[in-house]
Design a protein around this ligand. Structure first.
Ligand SMILES: [Fe+2]
Length: 291
């Protein structure tokens, strides 16, 4: 099969585009699937979850039974998510607790562990290619007193929008030097080497489209050429638009987002001091199963 992401093949792209737009979910309610026990999905629940993710690279579940970290791992495993990416701040199981940190200075330096907004990004955009994050699970154990809304957008729609506007934008953002994340230093020296890479790339393993992106303006260097700059500007414009492909919602306790590392952000929030916001996040080297 010819890849729809091949810029030299307009026909394959147009076929893919037509199907993508015909099936893409544009009503947030349609993204939500109610499930009973995340540890033991029924066949119908599993099919309902995967049918959403096939259409829009994401699904939101609302579980009746409460779940712990081990249960989340079991939920992922039933959907093809087996290889967890062990993060250096993650707990032993490779699942990270995201909550406001008041006493851990290392964590406080990172926005996820504050109550501040997080700009649009895909997870692990700073990871080396061998540790690409292909899927992500974000589970809500406790919501914030107010705020903490997430916006999500299928990265394939971002690709489609940019390619429709100008295929050269895709060419520029697929260049291996499109985007550089500078090295991060700590007291011991370099904690993470600089990562230079493309925004869009096709996974050689399975032909799927991946996206590395952050809307941060600090700690990121874009290639200084006109086409790259124009492409990034259009992407920013799309992400701040009222596109029907941008979903916004506040995850309630028991709800979670499962996705093939789509674009997402988070608004600032205010905690209820008695019941602070707590989300669990798992990052995977696998994509969600196809069926
Ligand atoms: Fe994220």
């Amino acid at each position: 099969m010819i890849s729809p992401y091949n810029l030299d093949n307009a026909d394959a792209y147009l076929d893919w585009r037509r199907l993508k737009l015909a099936h893409a979910i544009t009503h947030t309610d349609e993204l939500i699937v109610e499930i009973d026990d995340p540890c033991q999905l029924t066949d119908a629940e599993r099919t309902a979850l995967l049918s959403r993710s096939q259409r829009s690279n994401m699904v939101i579940y609302a579980a009746r039974k409460r779940i712990n970290e081990q249960g989340l791992q079991r939920l992922g495993a039933q959907l093809g998510l087996l290889r967890l990416d062990a993060n250096w701040l993650a707990g032993e199981m490779g699942i990270t607790r995201i909550t406001v940190s008041h006493n851990n200075s290392q964590r406080q330096a990172y926005i996820p562990y504050t109550d501040r907004a997080i700009k649009w990004h895909t997870d692990g955009y700073y990871n080396p290619p061998e540790r690409q994050i292909r899927a992500m699970l974000l589970h809500c154990a406790e919501r914030a007193g107010s705020g903490g809304e997430n916006r999500v957008m299928d990265h394939e729609i971002a690709y489609l929008t940019l390619r429709d506007a100008n295929p050269d934008y895709i060419r520029a953002l697929s260049a291996p030097d499109a985007m550089t994340i500078p090295a991060r230093n700590d007291e011991q020296g370099i904690a993470r080497a600089a990562q230079t890479g493309p925004v869009f790339f096709v996974d050689p393993e399975d032909g799927a489209l991946h996206m590395r992106y952050t809307a941060r303006t600090r700690s990121i260097e874009w290639k200084q050429d006109e086409t790259t700059q124009a492409a990034v500007a259009l992407l920013e414009q799309l992400l701040s638009s009222d596109s029907p492909h941008i979903h916004r919602l506040v995850l309630e306790p028991g709800m979670g987002l499962l996705c093939n590392n789509v674009l997402h952000d988070r608004s600032a929030f205010i905690d209820d001091p008695d019941l602070p916001r707590l989300l669990y996040r798992a990052r995977y080297l696998d994509r969600l199963a196809m069926n």
